[in-house]
Design a binder for this molecule. Structure first.
Ligand code: PLP
Length: 388
């Protein structure tokens, strides 16, 4: 797969010199820290966007029926779920949906459970909305992460804790939760009247024959459920996209949708609509290629670490286009690890503690890029710690 032709010229957030300077202390960094793909978008999507721009002006748009039909078919074929149009609506972003859900459905001081290490915005949102972060840390067992169900059941029991947010597949550790694990989560939420928010943005990149299950398939047994998702990250058009909220329960849906309507946040973006509809109709082959490339990149990293006898350990991902690297055999201090690897390799990775202190001494590396760029980067990272 090819990367963006003008990757280095685009004003991409992850390469913003000011961000690089403030995060890594210098501007001359290859940015592999953000979960953002570098691939040129699928040819049919490019063509559809070019055609839409050439076609006419950009008056107010609505989403035609063909859009919903295409989305329904994609969700049925790819995730084996039946989307009900009325239960599915636009939200400007996933963090926006989660923020509104927390504000509308809980009170200040209530506990929101997250499974750290996890995408840092969950923690940020909980703090900004003045709720309490309740951690149900993941357990690392034989180089694979597991949910600590005993701890979860304990935390769920507390009357103060109202919501559990899960990340499926899990960013940053790359687990794709199994049906058995999800069924246990559903049972715990049901027994304790917890609202379950499932962030499924990484659902399309499922590696090495693992199986993704959407929480939507449990909608009949769990009433208090919100699915947040988007295909923008998969198809590399986060710059023009919004997100999707799927909420089967009418009351919860009306509450969240009501807030979006109150602020008039439902306008259709013509380019988003075209990109998404084309992705649903014609994106399948491109997605297959993406998955194959990401799998190859994981294997490149695995092989490079093995061949060089590196002390860096790979936590092999089941999904997502990131890898989680374990530096605990090399460093005991997070700051030292971050400084050392960044300064010597010039590769900008996300240090694990950004995802919660449970991620300390790990680093996340984004690998939705060419095999050559991944090969070069991992060699530089290995070299940066080779004398340690
Ligand atoms: C788990 C997860 N949720 C949501 C997002 C981003 O959502 P949005 O593009 O709607 O802001 C990311 C981006 O990295 C993510 O990893």
């Amino acid at each position: 797969m090819k990367i963006d032709k003008k990757l280095n010229e685009l004003p991409l957030s992850k390469m913003n010199p000011n961000s690089l300077e403030s995060l890594f202390g210098e501007k001359d960094i290859q940015a592999m820290w953000m979960a953002d793909s570098e691939f040129e978008i699928a040819q049919p999507i490019q063509e559809a966007l070019i055609k839409r721009i050439a076609d006419s002006g950009f008056g107010y748009e609505y989403k035609p029926e063909s859009f919903f039909t295409a989305r329904q078919a994609w969700y049925k074929n790819h995730y084996q779920v039946d989307l009900i149009k009325e239960q599915t609506f636009f939200s400007p972003s996933i963090p926006a949906t989660i923020t509104i859900a927390i504000e509308n459905l809980t009170a200040k001081g209530d506990g929101i459970i997250i499974q750290s290490p996890v995408w840092s915005k969950f923690r940020e949102i909980i703090r900004r909305t003045k709720r309490k972060v309740i951690k149900n840390p993941l357990k690392l067992v034989n180089d694979s992460y597991e949910i600590n169900f005993e701890d979860l059941a304990e935390k769920a029991k507390s009357e103060n804790n109202k919501i559990l947010i899960i990340c499926n597949p899990h960013n940053p550790v790359g687990r794709v939760w199994t049906k058995k694990e999800l069924a246990k989560i559903v049972t715990i939420c049901k027994e304790n009247d917890l609202l379950l928010i499932s962030d499924e943005i990484h659902k399309d990149v499922i590696l090495f024959n693992n199986q993704f299950t959407s929480l939507l398939s449990y909608a009949n047994s769990l009433d208090k459920l919100i699915i947040c998702t988007s295909e923008a990250k998969t198809f590399n058009f986060c710059g023009i996209s919004d997100s999707i909220a799927i909420i089967p329960n009418k009351e919860i849906r009306e509450s969240i949708e009501g807030t979006l309507k109150k602020y008039y946040l439902g306008r259709t973006n013509a380019l988003t609509r075209v990109a998404l509809e084309t992705a649903y109709l014609e994106g399948g082959e491109w997605l297959k290629e993406l998955i194959e490339t990401v799998e190859k990149n994981v294997l490149i990293i695995e092989e490079a670490l093995t061949k060089t006898n590196s002390k860096i350990k790979l936590i092999k991902p089941e999904g997502t286009f990131q890898v989680w690297l374990d530096f605990r055999n090399i460093f005991t201090n997070t700051k030292e690890m971050f400084k050392n690897v960044t300064k010597d390799s010039k590769i900008g990775l996300s240090p694990g503690h950004w995802f919660g202190r449970e991620g300390a001494l790990f680093m996340r590396m984004s690998i939705a890029t060419t095999e050559q760029r991944v090969q070069n980067a991992i060699q530089k990272i290995i070299k940066s710690v080779s004398n340690k």
